[in-house]
Each structure stands twice: as C-alpha cells, then as structure tokens.
Design a protein around this ligand. Structure first.
Ligand code: GLU
Length: 479
C-alpha cells in the first residue's frame, strides 16, 4: 500500500467517546501506523444544537488516554485544516454551488409538513418512502414565488444513476439499486451541510485515502460515492467494520452497562488492555494470540484479517485481559499514575504516584481492575487490623500464635532498619526460636498485620506498613 495513506476519525462532539467509536478510531490509527501514513482527527460539529465544546474536550482526552495520537487535528493544525466542520462552511458553500451549476443538485422548497404528508401517502400505497423529485424541475417563476414567500430552500442532490457499487475492503462488493436511493438533502435551509455532504467534501479536501468506519454507515457510503462521481473526484477506499453487540446479541448500548471510554477508565481498566481488547473485537492476529502489545498490533494489522461479522462484547474476557496487563506491567510509575485516582476515591492518604507505587506493586497480582484498590489497599490504611471474621479471629488466639507474636516483638525491638528482606530474616528467627513453622507461623502474622487470611505477599506489605505499625498491630493481637 502507498506511503501516502491517510485515515481519519471523525467524531461528532455530542457526548463521551463511545466504545464503538473508540474501536473505529483504533482501526484508523492502526491502519495509519501500520502503513506509515497519517492519522487525522476531524470534529464533525455541524449539528450546532447537540455539539458541545465539553464533548470535544472529553473525546480528545479519551483518545489521548488510549494513546491514539493523531498527526493533524483541531488542536494540532496541519496543512488540510481547519479540522472542525463548523469552521469549514465556505468550502461546503463552494461545492454546493458547483453541484448546482453542473445540474447535480437543486434547491428544494418542500416544507417538513409537505414531505411528511407525501411520505404517509407513499406508505399508504405500500411504497418505500422516497423523495418524489417535486422540486427537481421548478420553473423560474415557481422559484421566485417561493422565495418571495420567504421560504428558505434546502439543497438536494439529484440521483441520476441506476445503481452504485463499490468494493469494500472488508465486505467485498456492495451494490445498491436506484430504488433505495432518492434525491437527498445535502444542505439544510439554514445553510448547514448535512453529514454525508460535509463528510465527503472533507474526506476529499483532507486527502483521506481510506475511510474506515462502522458498517452502520454503509448506506451513507453510496450517497457519498454518487457525490464523488458528480464532482469527478477520486473515490477513497472504504472499509466498513461490523458492529459490536452486547451479550444478548443486540447492538451494544447503555443497557449493557459501561459504553463510553470514560466509564471504562473510571472502572479501572488500563488503556493498553482496553486497546488490545477492542482490536480483537474486529480483527484477529494470524498467530491466534490474544495478548498483543500496541507495537505488535501495529505490526500485524491488515484489512485481510478484519472480521466480517459482528462481535460480542465479552466483559469477562476484558476483565481477564486487564488482569493480565496489570500483572505483567513492569512500568510501575505508569501503573501508579493510573491507579492514583482510585486511592483518592477511596479517601486513602496517598498524595502522589510515588506514594502509590509500592502499594500498587504489592497488589499487582491481586487485581483485575484498578478500581479494586479501594478494597484491596484497605489493609495499608487501617488504624487497627481487626480480624475480618471468626475464622481469622481464631488464627490469632491460642498459645502458638501468641508465642509467635511475642517472639516477633522481641526480634524487632530496636531494629535500626526495616524492609521486606528484614521481615523475612525476622520470620526465620521466630521459626528457630519457637519451633513453629509453615501455616502456624505465617497465618497468625498475616491476620495480625492485615486482619485477613488471604492477601498480597507479606514482605512488601510489612515494608509499606513500616516497623512501627507492624509492631503496633502485632501488639494489638496479643492477649
Ligand atoms: N461523525 C460521524 C459519526 O460520528 C462520522 C462517520 C464517518 O466516519 O464518516 O458517526
């Protein structure tokens, strides 16, 4: 494929970044990075009522969190800008005039009420609703009459072809016959362009070579192709990726739980894990492997391995994958930075990533999601490690556990330094002096220090707690 491949992600800033759109962004990003091309971010904000600055910021923030960096965009600029559709109205105006002049578009004065009445008639006759072409051939007088009556026309594209076909990079040949295509509006009466028109104009002007998007857009693609042809513009490649479904095989929606990237972030997923998971919703590696780093995804991406059928969003699999990513992460600074909000949320006195780091490291093998920090890190911040249940309480009562605790206190009295290593040495000493070993030695100490019978490795736990707190908790378990 050519060096000059250019892909784009074109969100409408009308809410958070939906997981399906994040998947679309990812596919475009992977294609651009794999083929050494450029990835463009374009904001499609022509729906002025629903578009907000806050949504745009949130989408950009979520993209950045996922690590989907773009080469050109509203915040970055680039030689094909501006990258916000609301700032490109003059371009659309020009193209609209060009289409009218060449007989491919015309002003349409039909009102919403007229159109609805005729739609009902068509339905009554058992016809597929379509624009009947009423304004296609208005006389000059009729136009003047409407204009003097103050009617603002929309602009319609005149469909003159019998059918439209294109070869989709994922789905293969797709053809639509004329019956399914009636003249469609490209510019609203208020002068704002419709999605199909603005999108096509921008994809052309921004030299987009590959349009990769969800297959809910297939029916738009035909209309866009008709306009490319009318303007005698080169048609980009199209790749339509199948929908994401919920477990019940219905299209993924709020009903199924978290659907925005923000929600997944708040639920404690790592960006790399979510990215890996999303990539496998529409694509698979030739090797069949599932845990694939960002670099490998970029390396292995290809349209030939994009799946043709819809995939089911399997939260259990995502959780598993996230657990793998947490466990295998060796960059503890990044892990701590990602985990910091969860310490804050739980109200733990952890002020920066440096303070979060040892705790995150100690808990690393015990979590599938960072949101478990609230629960799992509690042991580090308790005033008193009270046994969590009767069974735990049992393990610290009795002659043996109490002997272990006394030995612990005497072995640690006045120790000048304390760390994980030191704790292990102390435990060895206690074993020698008391003759108690294995579970009988370790379980009482675990419960005295954490209140729990299961948990992270004790060495790192004691290092985080510090010698004073360890001694205090052991003291509390005596008697
Ligand atoms: N703004 C459109 C959307 O969010 C873009 C679709 C496209 O990629 O062409 O659905």
């Amino acid at each position: 494929m050519s060096q000059s491949i250019r892909t784009r992600f074109a969100p409408s800033p009308t809410g958070h970044l939906h997981i399906g759109n994040a998947r679309t962004a990812l596919m475009n990003w992977l294609a651009a990075r794999h083929f050494g091309g450029r990835f463009i971010l374009r904001i499609e904000d022509t729906d002025r009522e629903r578009s907000t600055e806050a949504s745009e910021q949130s989408i950009l923030g979520d993209m950045a969190w996922l690590g989907l960096d773009w080469d050109e965009g509203p915040d970055k600029g680039g030689e094909y800008g501006p990258y916000r559709q609301s700032e490109r109205l003059v371009f659309y105006q020009e193209i609209r005039e060009q289409l009218i002049a060449s007989g491919h578009a015309y002003p349409c004065f039909c009102t919403a009420e007229d159109l609805e009445a005729r739609r009902q008639e068509q339905l009554g006759r058992g016809e597929q609703p379509h624009y009947d072409g009423r304004c296609r051939h208005l006389s000059a007088e009729e136009k003047i009459r409407f204009e003097t009556a103050g009617r603002q026309p929309s602009t319609r594209f005149h469909v003159q072809k019998e059918s439209v076909s294109f070869r989709d990079l994922v789905k293969g040949e797709i053809t639509v016959q004329k019956e399914a295509l009636s003249d469609f509006v490209i510019v609203r009466p208020d002068g704002m362009p419709m999605y199909n028109f603005a999108c096509m104009a921008d994809d052309h002007h921004m030299a987009i070579s590959h349009v990769i998007r969800g297959d809910d857009h297939v029916s738009n693609t035909h209309r866009q192709i008709l306009m490319y042809e009318a303007l005698q513009w080169e048609i980009p490649e199209f790749a339509h990726i199948p929908m994401i479904l919920g477990q019940d095989r219905d299209r993924l929606s709020k009903r199924h739980g978290a659907t925005s990237v923000t929600q997944f972030q708040e639920a404690g997923y790592l960006p790399d894990a979510l990215l890996n998971f999303l990539s496998l919703l529409s694509w698979s590696s030739g090797s069949g492997e599932e845990i694939l780093s960002r670099d490998r995804l970029v390396q292995e991406f290809g349209f030939d391995r994009v799946s043709r059928s819809a995939s089911v969003f399997d939260t259990e699999k995502l959780d598993w994958m996230n657990g793998v990513y947490i466990r295998e992460k060796t960059d503890f600074d990044t892990l701590a930075r990602l985990a910091l909000p969860f310490f804050r949320q739980a109200g733990y006195p952890v002020n920066d990533a440096a303070a979060a780091r040892p705790v995150v490291r100690a808990l690393q093998s015990k979590m599938e999601k960072l949101s478990e920090i609230g629960d799992k890190a509690r042991i580090f911040f308790l005033d008193e490690a009270v046994p969590e249940d009767n069974e735990a309480a049992e393990t610290i009562n009795g002659a043996e556990p109490q002997a272990v605790f006394r030995a612990f206190l005497s072995a640690t009295e006045g120790l000048p330094a304390w760390d994980s290593q030191m704790f292990m040495t102390v435990m060895k000493q206690i074993q020698q002096s008391t003759g108690i070993k294995g579970k009988g030695l370790w379980m009482p100490v675990r419960v005295a220090l954490t209140g729990q019978m299961h948990g992270p490795e004790l060495g790192p736990v004691t290092e985080i707690l510090g010698l004073d707190l360890c001694r205090r908790r052991i003291q509390q378990a005596i008697g």
